[in-house]
Ligand binder design. Structure first.
Ligand SMILES: N=c1c2ncn([C@@H]3O[C@H](COP(=O)(O)OP(=O)(O)OP(=O)(O)O)[C@@H](O)[C@H]3O)c2ncn1[C@@H]1O[C@H](COP(=O)(O)O)[C@@H](O)[C@H]1O
Length: 112
């Protein structure tokens, strides 16, 4: 059984998308509107996150971060990406300096 909150919410998102009942489900309602509507929400929630951070309000920042993560999960689901993949990418970066990782990115780009 998967006990991660992100994985559980992703499972619920998948179930609500499959049910497709926009009357009773926010997930189904936004899924019916498509990827652009989800990305618009991600942008709005990111802006609200920045505003809460600028206000220095930790409680509001926590609330807005949850909204941002949730809407990011919706967009990831639309594109078939599981949160485990994002967590695996973060895990891969653990112990690697951000500056070193950036240098690797630049090296990989120059090979493309
Ligand atoms: N985590 C969330 C979650 N976070 C935020 N929201 C909803 O996201 C919506 C948009 O947030 P906004 O801040 O934009 O609210 P708003 O300004 O009133 O909305 P707009 O009119 O601007 O669209 C609100 O209706 C929130 O309730 C969420 N809705 C659902 N979930 C999770 O998804 C599950 C399935 O939800 P349903 O599909 O509704 O059953 C839930 O059990 C939760 O686990």
């Amino acid at each position: 059984m998967n006990d991660s909150v992100l994985a559980r919410v992703a499972d619920t998102i998948a179930a609500r998308r499959a049910q497709g009942d926009a009357q009773s489900s926010y997930v189904a309602k936004l899924a019916a509107k498509g990827l652009d509507a989800m990305l618009k929400k991600v942008g709005e929630e990111a802006t609200e996150f920045v505003m809460a951070a600028k206000d220095g309000d930790a409680a509001k920042l926590t609330f807005e971060a949850a909204d941002l993560w949730f809407h990011s999960l919706l967009a990831l689901a639309e594109l078939g990406v599981r949160p485990e993949a994002v967590l695996a990418e973060l895990a891969r970066r653990e112990g690697l300096s951000g500056l070193e990782e950036f240098a690797n990115r630049s090296e990989n780009r120059s090979k493309e």
